[in-house]
Design a protein around this ligand. Sequence first.
Ligand code: S3P
Length: 437
Amino acid sequence: MIKTLMRRPTTGLHGAITVPGDKSISHRGLILGAISTGTTRLTHFLTAADCLSTLNALHALGVPIQRDGTTVTVTGQGLHGLRAANQPLDMGNAGTATRLMTGLLAGQNFDATLVGDASLSQRPMARVQQPLATMGAQIDLTAGHLPMQIHGRALHATHVEMQVASAQVKSSLILAALQADGPSTIVEKLPTRDHTERLLRAFGGDLTTAADGHTITVQPQPHLTGQNITVPGDVSSAAFFLTAASIVPGSQITLKDVGLNPTRTGIIDVLQRMGGHLDIRPTDQPGEPLGDITVSAAQLHSIKLTAADIPAVIDELPLVALLAATADGVSEISGAEELRVKETDRIATIVTELRKLGVQITEKPDGFIIDGRPTWRVTDAQFDSHGDHRIGMMMAIAALRLTTPTTLADAGAINISYPSFFDDLTHLTTETEATHA
Ligand code: S3P
């Protein structure tokens, strides 16, 4: 699908929206609900393609799941209550679903096959296979990728030092460790999003994180009990509009009930460090931190990010690039080589797409250098998502700085994480010129 993108709204973006539920928490809520006893109700669940991959996989493994709008009810089967699917599990485009389900299925008493789309089938899976092997897991990959055969078996306790900073790998190991014959310890390279840890505790699991923030100890064979969970708004989705309002003159918008877990709010820290105008009002309630954010347009300054900054902003780095492209001075992002193994090689796709705007961007193996400018000179008005939801949305936000017409190829990729993205964008702008071509 080629979409004509909205141009610069004359008075900026205004109004308030509630962004859809958090993708990471929606996946995890389904999985933990499935292995608990009793009913789990997820409210404000993200009904986007990625989370539906997890939902369908669990359903195929014998878990009754009902969906009514954005409310999902999971009838838990207990840690050992899943049953073999009668066909391969199609994980679509979803890396999180694949890595987490691998850890879960490695310890079950049946075999499973995981397949995915062309993008997912190029993403590295040895990063879960190898540490899971220390527990005795037997997983066959196809040259390091999907299709994957998981030969479920009894797992042993382990001590693993992780080789990549990845919440997906960590969560895969935690789900496997729940099924092991003793306590396991997992040492993170850098602390990453901790939704699995928080949710597991909420469901009654016994998991501790040492004061160093890097070492997690998982007690096996917990009795997990179904919960009612309200999924916060996805800060990674909110980030598109935090960026839009910051870079489109005259804007002021409010994003309501956004997840504010500190392992995820790197984009807020980046915007503040760049001189962005944000007012954050946390809500006082149990569970994952959340709150309302009001953001208005600002002249931004350049920023430097290094490896330790990356995990909390990993999915928002396309937007950091866009912010840097409008900022005063030269920005440099380093230590972000993980971007090369996302839905696309995001360093390459960011560079390709931003160059169409005339942005001065230099590609590095582990990031990029951007010399920001107040205005861009468009060299190619036909943008492309490359099948990557976050690249597509980044370019739709970039178009809001332009007065010339632009289009986005493969705009349908946005449904992976944010099917109502263009509706929310229309709501926040006074113009309604976005049309399907
Ligand atoms: C996620 C972890 C991150 C992130 C992805 C979601 C998760 O991936 O990029 O969008 O929910 O655990 P990595 O674990 O590969 O860093």
